[in-house]
Ligand binder design. Structure first.
Ligand code: UDP
Length: 458
């Protein structure tokens, strides 16, 4: 059946998809994974990408790239300080160049007429462009179904005055949307709440004429939330095709260069003993936090692999480790600027992931069966961490920022104590669920075939 459909695609003129990612690591990754996956289903793909964070095309031999200007100022390019403003600037400045590039591709592009465009849901300017050029449009959401479902419920309750929380105390539980607390509601990461409201409104509006909504998650993890989205939120077809990276393992979409030298070091460690630490592409902290993290790791007596990105210590261009730390860690610890994270998490010696709970990292950890220590700080990370610790129960949250003795204790709880063993068992079960979903006949695999059928029908 699948084979005959692939043959059908080859016989028909090859459908041509145009893909537009938001140029931040956590958004580029799932979008390029999806692009590669759709290419493997027989589609031709053009990726229109901003010059900001432009990936190396030679890493993606199956995709054709077109470059458009990003319009970001030097300040916006430090997007991690105010990501929402950077998203608005990208939308405001890319609309025209996206329109021009797409018009060129439609009239005399080398891959033939454009069948459909697939864009990040927060690239909301693409709605007007697609409408003007009469092109069908499908959206990719890069966050969890839990975020979409929970935030929609929260907004509705808020609008109808049905929320029982009256104070802003961060640890207060919100009884209407368990197990969330006030502080788990996505933080805006910006000084100006209005621009956050605008993002919500523009994204919502851009959903209106979209043909479908693709999500990087799987039914074996978020079936309740997916059902809720289907029933209450998005009247359009929903395709849960995650975990996307598992459909094309080994292909790196990394914008930063990954340091593979840590893999040989991991080979020398005992099974499930290493804690891997990374706070994603945007995480940054004060020097005093870095010092607490370093000593917490050193004192935990556990082997560790720590991603310490240059630029991740606020106000410091270079990284200066605390005095005495390197002598103490010796061969027990390894620090890299950027790791091949998916391979690291899949390595048998890795037994824990201390993460900021960006959705990609959370999903990758779940799919490799690695228990998490959660230190969220922004946007959807708090909600993801809460689901990790209280719904899926595959991790514990470090609640009070960075303190060396709390870090040491938390690492031991996760890596060596009975509590950690139970968490590990649940993590293994979830990993199995993920693998079933991407097998032939599994929910993500079926969802992908339905998506292919939809595009083929255009
Ligand atoms: N990543 C990586 N090497 C690292 C750290 C992260 O390749 O050293 C990848 C990771 O596998 C994930 C992405 O970067 O796919 C980070 O995305 P996420 O949504 O977790 O966080 P963000 O960077 O968007 O905050």
């Amino acid at each position: 059946m699948e084979q005959s459909r692939d043959l059908q695609i080859q016989k028909k003129k090859v459908p041509h998809l145009v893909i537009l990612p938001i140029p931040f690591q956590g958004h580029v990754n799932p979008m390029l994974q999806l692009a590669n996956l759709l290419h493997s289903k027989g589609f031709s793909i053009t990726v229109i990408h901003t010059n900001f964070n432009f990936p190396n095309p030679s890493d993606f031999p199956n995709l054709r790239f077109e470059l458009i200007p990003d319009g970001l100022s030097d300040d916006n390019k430090k997007w991690t300080e105010d990501p929402i403003s950077a998203v608005h600037v990208l939308n405001d400045s890319c609309q025209e160049s996206f329109h021009d590039c797409l018009s060129r591709l439609i009239s005399d592009g080398p891959l033939g007429p454009v069948t459909c465009i697939i864009t990040d849901e927060i690239f909301y300017c693409t709605k007007d462009v697609a409408d003007q050029l009469k092109l069908p449009r499908i959206l990719l959401g890069t966050s969890s179904a839990s975020l979409v479902a929970t935030m929609t419920s929260f907004k509705l309750l808020q609008q109808n005055g049905l929320l029982s929380i009256s104070d802003g105390e961060p640890n207060t539980l919100i009884p209407e949307i368990p197990p969330l607390r006030v502080k788990d509601i996505p933080d805006i990461g910006t000084a100006d709440p209005e621009i956050f409201e605008r993002l919500g409104a523009e994204t919502h509006n851009a959903m209106r004429s979209a043909l479908g909504y693709i999500m990087n998650t799987f039914d074996g993890l978020e079936s309740t939330e997916l059902a809720k989205i289907r029933q209450d939120i998005h009247p359009m077809p929903l395709f849960e095709v995650g975990p996307l990276y598992k459909f094309s393992p080994g292909s790196s979409n990394s914008i930063l260069t990954q340091d593979y030298s840590c893999m040989a070091w991991l080979d020398k460690q005992a099974p499930e003993t290493v804690i891997y630490i990374s706070f994603g592409s945007s995480g940054s902290f004060d020097k005093k936090d870095m010092v607490e993290i370093a000593w917490g790791l050193a004192n935990s007596d556990q082997p560790f692999l720590w991603v310490l990105r240059s630029g991740s210590i606020r106000g410091h261009d270079s990284i200066e480790l605390p005095k005495g730390f390197e002598e103490k860690m010796q061969e027990r610890g390894r620090i890299v600027n950027w790791a091949p994270q998916q391979e690291v998490l899949a390595h048998p010696s890795v037994g824990g992931f201390w993460t900021h709970n960006g959705w990609n990292s959370t999903l990758e950890s779940i799919c490799e069966g690695v228990p998490m220590l959660c230190s969220p700080y922004l946007w959807d990370q708090n909600l993801n961490a809460r689901f990790v610790s209280h719904v899926w129960k595959v991790g514990i949250q470090l609640e009070n920022g960075f303190n060396r003795s709390e870090i040491e204790l938390a690492i031991r709880r996760l890596m060596v104590e009975i509590e950690g063993k139970k968490i590990r068992e649940r993590a293994r079960d979830l990993k199995e669920n993920a693998m079933h979903c991407i097998e032939k006949g599994g929910s993500s695999c079926e969802s992908l075939e339905t998506l292919v059928d939809l595009i083929m029908s255009l």
